[in-house]
Write a protein that binds this ligand. Structure first.
Ligand SMILES: Cc1ncc(COP(=O)(O)O)c(C=O)c1O
Length: 413
């Protein structure tokens, strides 16, 4: 029989009790599977979508501008331009930044592939720079080393919802005449030195995928204070056409012109109606995520083998993810084994991220072999994302803490 400790979070105590891991035939901590992320849809959301279905405009109607205006106000930006996904929004931002073949954009390997892919969509080259050890966000010193005469943009990512600490990056941008794009797909509602994410970078990109803070099914947004960027983004997401059908209808005109090569990246009214209601609940969602993060962090400080995510004093993260790092030196199991053991306990752990340069496409195309970005690669070998979504109950949170304590105590050296 293996000895494992059970954490009693409410009482702040740790008691030793004999337990067998579920992966070895013991009973799982939970009888039902807890996913790592989940949307929350209320009756009012459903009604708002039904109302649009009964209206005249299913796409590019009044709900689009209503969603964009309330979103811009919430993130402190002059403009917000909706897109059919976060990936399409990234593509729009790369286009508006003027990226083209021969150009380079510096970005982080510790992200979802879409961040770097948007540079490739423009025929430009993503140049990776390593991340800071604490937040796993782009390290400005590493970025500075990679700036060349071909660099046109820096693309930061607010990993797990912790703001990128943009001041140093913006200074690099100013000194080298670069556009700074912030991929804030994890960070809706986060703040950096009291400023909302969305009000700081030249363009800030958000995603409304169901695991994010608010959802429209699929969807994305670019926030910007730059009217020129906003105009280009609106045109780009609509085939490169300079006016919208509704504007033409209300002006009694049929004539339109395509002025640049764009795409159909529009977010329909059906989705925007959902987004409007979801956005109203953002603050409640954020405070629940912050409560969960605080409860996790207090517990993991007392569990040997698990390192909770760092928070810089000037940052107020949005906690899209809660990734712990395993202290492998103290454990007999690696990340893969710990991951399997947690899944067997019915905890829906995940891994964010395989560093982008290690994906076969990037290895084949750019010749990466591993070892190029040691901080990101070391973090990858240790990272496990725990369930984090605003609909989690306190019991769900305690189950995760108990399961992590159980698994890591059985695997402790
Ligand atoms: C950091 C990051 N960037 C971009 C995206 C792409 O967003 P979407 O799924 O809305 O296309 C994601 C999605 O998970 C993401 O996590």
């Amino acid at each position: 029989m293996e000895l494992a400790f059970r954490l009693e979070p409410a009482m702040n105590t740790v008691s030793i009790s004999p337990q067998t891991l579920a992966i070895n035939g013991g009973s799982p901590v939970r009888s039902t599977f807890l996913p790592y992320g989940r949307q929350s849809i209320e009756e009012a959301d459903i009604q708002a979508v039904v109302d649009v279905l009964r209206s005249d405009w299913l796409t590019t109607g009044p709900k689009v501008s209503e969603f964009e205006e309330s979103f811009a106000a919430r993130v402190g930006a002059k403009h917000a331009v909706s897109f059919s996904s976060g990936t399409a929004a990234l593509h729009g931002a790369a286009f508006a930044a003027g990226l083209k073949p021969g150009d380079e954009a510096i970005t982080t390997p510790m992200t979802f592939a879409a961040t770097a892919n948007c540079v490739l969509y423009q025929g430009a080259t993503p140049v990776f720079a390593d991340v800071s050890r604490d937040t796993l966000n782009l390290d400005p010193e590493q970025v500075a080393k990679r700036i060349s005469s071909k660099t046109r943009a820096i693309l930061t990512v607010d990993y797990a919802g912790h703001p990128s600490g943009l001041d140093a990056i913006l200074e690099l941008g100013r000194n080298h005449d670069l556009v700074v794009i912030e991929d804030a797909c994890h960070a809706l509602g986060a703040e950096d030195r009291g400023r909302p994410v969305g009000s700081i970078a030249d363009m800030t990109v958000f995603s409304f995928h169901p695991v994010k803070h608010i959802t429209t099914g699929e969807g994305g947004m670019v926030a910007t204070n730059n009217s020129g960027f906003a105009e280009t983004l609106r045109c780009f997401r609509n085939h490169g056409i300079s006016s919208e059908a509704r504007q033409r209808q209300s002006a009694g005109q049929w004539h339109y012109e395509m002025v640049l090569l764009g795409y159909n990246y529009r977010l329909p009214d059906i989705a925007c109606a959902l987004g409007i209601g979801q956005l109203k609940r953002l603050d409640a969602n954020l405070s629940r995520r912050r409560e969960i993060a605080a409860r996790y962090t207090a517990a993991f400080r007392r569990i040997p083998g698990a390192i909770p995510p760092a928070v810089r004093p000037e940052s107020n993260p949005a906690w899209h993810l809660y990734p712990i790092r395993l202290e492998l030196e103290r454990l007999t199991a690696d990340r893969a084994q710990s991951f399997r053991a947690l899944r067997a306990e019915n905890i829906g752990v995940n891994v964010h991220y395989i560093p982008v340069h290690l994906h076969p496409y990037y290895r084949d195309r750019f010749g990466y072999r591993g070892g190029e970005f040691p901080v990101a690669e070391d973090a990858y070998s240790r990272l496990i994302s725990l369930p984090m979504f605003h609909g989690m109950s306190d019991q769900d949170v305690d189950d995760v803490i108990t399961a992590v304590g159980k698994v890591l105590s059985v695997y402790s050296r």
